[in-house]
Each structure stands twice: as structure tokens, then as C-alpha cells.
Design a binder for this molecule. Sequence first.
Ligand SMILES: Cc1ncc(COP(=O)(O)O)c(C=O)c1O
Length: 413
Amino acid sequence: MSFTQDQVQKFRADFPILSREVRGKPLIYLDNAATTQKPLAVIDSQARVYKELNANVHRGVHFLSQESTDAYEKSRRKIARHLGVADEAEIIFTRGTTEAINLVSRTWGLANVQAGDRVVVSRMEHHSNFVPWQALAREKGAEFVIWEIEPDFTLSLERLEDILKKGRVKLLAFTGMSNVLGTINPVPEISALAKKHGAQVLVDAAQAMAHLPISLKDWPNVDFVAFSAHKMCGPTGIGVLWAKRKTLEAMPPYQFGGDMILQVGDEVTTWNELPWKFEAGTPNYGDSIAFGTALDYLAEVGMERIHAYETELVHLARQKLLEIDQVKILAPESLALHSGAVSFTTGLVHPHDLATFLDAEGIAIRAGHHCAQPLMRKLNVIATNRASFAFYNTRAEVERFAEVVRAAMEYFG
Ligand SMILES: Cc1ncc(COP(=O)(O)O)c(C=O)c1O
């Protein structure tokens, strides 16, 4: 089940920024793949930390320190529950998806990937799930392999199997959902295939977590999952790495310093238990706590319905854009495989000119390579336009957006 427009209006009232005017026009915010807006509950939750319970976590016996530590650890439990994870020590707070992936690359990767091994990423990766693996492979003398996309903007299991059959694949890193194409990748099938061939699997869930109902119970063959709070109505500067306890215990620490130690000797230091072994220094408890509030909010709205409604918006955007001559949509045909974002080219107007034209009407969309230059090269474009949606966008906003794209085509044509 999806949402009625009345329900969407109620959600909108929770997001103060959505009532802003931009360039004298009501804001139409269609850059949700870059970051989502924040509901008042999240903004208040963060403010409450600093107004009422601010004290460094894990450090003091005093009341406030205990209160902030409790709130910080409670947020970790909420995240575990949201993911369907029983052991909350498997939730490592990071600065975001990028840091979570770098953590894996710099700890597990350095320890496990050897010369002659192969590291595979898909062609549709964000730079943050491409460059760390490329750099690691170069450093270790491993082979960096790109799993190419198909002409229909999907990934093929047959093509992956051909790569895996050649052997020595240590890691497959791929996105659950493309930030450019909106393609939804079948994580259970892909990860099962990789596991059959002995590879470890990392899923970049930055977009998938924001748009799809996900339980990690459905991803039994995935070893690492990374995502960011700011794409899920939460604050910036906080995200999560999830991995199984056994895997995390075998991994060397990422950064060294306070909180991640057990005993510091003059010669040798021992490491703290999970999850703190990977959380050196004062953690970002203010944002971690507010992230817990964001997950409460999303749970109330309902991830199943968010996915259903956003897919309707994507469908509407596709329909309206395709009514405009020369517009080409870069997405899988099937809506079962496409949600969240619509990338398109017009063949006439440069993407930056189009985004500027829309901006003059208060409409925020993205133009550029979307941190996916390897994908742009394959698609043979230097940039695309991308409109990306959240459950607080209305059908009227999507219609207005398409209308202004049409006006831009007429203007530039
Ligand atoms: C698919 C994907 N992966 C990774 C990232 C990087 O996320 P962050 O900048 O929050 O680390 C993004 C952000 O746009 C993304 O869309």
C-alpha cells in the first residue's frame, strides 16, 4: 500500500524546510539521493542532546555521562532492530557509507587481499565503493575487475559467474541500489552466487536503506553492509558498518586511540570489545542519537509504503518525461527493478543548464556525474540530470518538474 496525497501533506508538515521559498518560488526538493531533508523530531532530538544530556560517552561515572552513554547505546540497539540484527555489537558507527567502506578496505582488505587475488566491483558503483577497492588492489598487486552493466541498466548474474569462475575473487563489492540509475540489484541472488565461489561480499546500501524495506535476515550471504544516516532523514556525519561478529573480531582495528583499547602497555596494547574496538576517539553521539530518532520516524511512516509510494512517483516522472521529445531515461524498463531516482538526458540542453533553469523555478535536481564517473564513461555521457524522490514529495511536484523540463526544452530549442 502506498500513501494518499493527504497523508503526504501530513508528512510534509513534519519537515520545516519544505515550506521554504527558493528564488521566490515554493521549494520542490528532488535531490533526495544526495541527502534527504530532516523532520522536526530529528532536529529536536539532536538539539536535546546538547541542551539536556551532553557529556562524553563511556568516560564518566557521573549522571550526564551515563545518560548520554545510555542514549548512544540505545540508538545502536534501534539500528540493530531496524536491520533485523540480533547482536547490536555488530553495528559500528562511522561517519557514513564512505568511511564504512574505507574501514573494511583498510582493515579486512589490507589483511586479506594478496597479490594475485581479484577484487570485483560493479560498473554502477558510487566512487566511494569503487576507489577504495581500486586503491587497495593497486597497493596489493591484486587484480581490480569491473563487473560491466547490461544495455538495460541492470547487472547480469551470468556475467558475474563468468568473472567468479576464473577464481581467486576475494571480494565482490556492489551497490544494493544505484544512486544514478535507480536500479535495484537482487542482493540475495548476487551474494549467494559470490559465496558459492568463495568471495566475501560487501553491499553499499546507501540508497537501498533509504528506499527499500530491508532486513539483513534476507541477506545471509552478505558479509559487510554500509550506509549513511543523512539519506534516511537522519543527520549528516553519521553512518553504519555492519558485519558479523566473527568477521569483525578477526579484523584489525581501523584507527587507534581512546575508547578502542582495553589495556595500554608500554610495549603492547590490547583492543576493546566490539563494537568499540572500531570506534576510536569521542564518537559522534549527538548525531548517532538523532539517527535513532530518524529510524523511529521512518518505522512509523513504514518502509514498505515508502517504497511503494516512491515507485509511483518514479513511474509518474518517467511517464511525464517520456512525453517530451528527445528525453532519454537511463533506467531499467521494469518498475520492479527501478525506484528512487530518475536519470535522464535531453539530447538538447546541457544537464547543468537544465538544472539551472529548474533552479530558477525553485526546483532542486542534480546535474553531473553523480560520483559515478566509471558509469558515465560506459554510458558515453559526461553528465546526466537526476531527479530523486522521497515519500514527502507530491505528485503535483513531479508534474511541475516535468512541465518545467518541457519549458526548458522549448526555451533552449
Ligand atoms: C550509492 C551510494 N554510495 C555511497 C555514497 C556515499 O555516501 P556518503 O557520502 O554519505 O558517505 C552515496 C552518496 O551519494 C551513494 O548514493
